[in-house]
Design a protein around this ligand. Structure first.
Ligand code: ACO
Length: 320
């Protein structure tokens, strides 16, 4: 019998504090008009002092488990996609595992920046399909507010904090139909946090830096390419796609990707206006919103797409 994997529950969490573009105008040389017209962003959520990635991940995970009708002890594989780990080590996945009160299952972090959740979901799909795992918990969680230079108006207005999670369970029916992952390290310099910790000191700049125009062009190119590649791998036509859930970096990148797929914006889940770019959390946050409000219906085809630092990109195509 063929073994498949399918998403059986979703959950998400956004920190309480909302920072609007108007709030930003008070301490950054910017305007709501500039930010909204170039990015589609109106506001973002910011984690409280002492609220870490694993804390955000915990709430999102509990909600996903509840939606799946499962207990933490049912989870036998745990992956956290994050760029903003609580500490150098142990992994945020291990810290989350302890907070969930479970032990023994493998737990590890996935570092693929804004593509992290799609990388983690694709990896979990293969591990579940191997037959070794029954219920995987896959989380994307970030506190980007901690790695931003709040004096750099070119980057600090773009990002926010949050977490999203899914339970991926073994199934007789698909589920995940196909996934494709890519990376090209030659573009490492266009989006990075180049600092590191060495001999007890922070070496290099530990804040996000970006060549915005280069990122924009590359993101539009690769998101279109990988969507077509993943549809072909599943043997589906563009016209059979019901929903596109792309990484929520910039509404103009999202619109350009939808156009390449011949999809109207009514078929695209966009949360960038309220969440900004939450990196590895952006896709599961958007997925949870659309799953809970009933937009995504059983049997529909959904394409999840990630793109980000590395440069990394990928897509997961699934039947809901
Ligand atoms: N408020 C006001 N003015 C600003 C701001 C700001 N927040 N930021 C930059 N400007 C100014 C610049 O200083 C520049 O001024 P100048 O002409 O006097 O020199 C002017 O606006 C234009 O700057 P550009 O960088 O050319 O603006 P552009 O229209 O290209 O938009 C942006 C910049 C929004 C960053 C765009 O390049 C973009 O969206 N890139 C994609 C990057 C992205 O989404 N990154 C997210 C992470 S990557 C990922 O997740 C895939």
């Amino acid at each position: 019998m063929t073994v498949y994997s399918r998403i059986t529950g979703t959950g998400s969490y956004l920190p309480e504090k909302v920072l609007t573009n108007r709030d930003l105008e008070q301490f950054v040389d910017t305007s709501d008009e500039w930010i909204f017209s170039r990015t589609g962003i109106r506001q973002r959520h910011i984690a409280a002092d002492g609220e870490n990635t694993s804390d955000l991940a915990l709430v999102a995970s509990r909600r996903a488990l509840e939606a799946a009708g499962l207990e933490p002890k049912d989870i036998d594989l745990l992956i956290v996609a994050t760029t903003t780990a609580d500490m150098v080590f142990p992994s945020t996945a291990c810290l989350l595992q302890a907070k969930l009160g479970i032990a023994n299952c493998p737990a590890f972090d996935m570092q693929a920046v804004c593509s992290g959740f799609v990388y983690a979901l694709s990896t979990a799909d293969h591990l579940v399909k191997s037959g070794q795992y029954r219920h995987a918990l896959i989380v994307g969680a970030e506190v980007y507010s901690r790695i931003l230079d709040w004096k750099d108006r070119g980057t600090c207005v773009l990002f926010g904090d949050g977490a999203g999670a899914v339970v991926l369970s073994r199934s007789k029916h698909p589920g995940i139909l196909a996934s494709r992952l890519h990376a090209d390290g030659r573009y490492a310099h266009i989006l990075s946090v180049p600092g590191s910790v060495s001999r007890g000191e922070v070496c290099g700049r530990p804040l996000l830096q970006m060549e915005g125009n280069a990122v924009f062009k590359l993101a539009v190119k690769v998101l279109g390419e990988v969507a077509h590649e993943t549809l072909a791998a599943a043997g589906l036509a563009k016209s059979e796609l019901d929903w596109l859930i792309p990484h929520q970096a910039n509404i103009r990148i999202i619109q350009a990707t939808a156009k390449k797929l011949g999809l109207s914006m009514e078929r695209v889940i966009a949360t960038v206006d309220r969440h900004a770019n939450t990196s590895a959390a952006s896709v599961p946050l958007a997925l949870d919103e659309a799953a809970r409000d009933g937009r995504i219906k059983p049997g529909q085809h959904v394409m999840l797409e990630g793109v980000g630092g590395g440069f990394t990109w990928g897509a997961v195509l699934l039947r809901w």
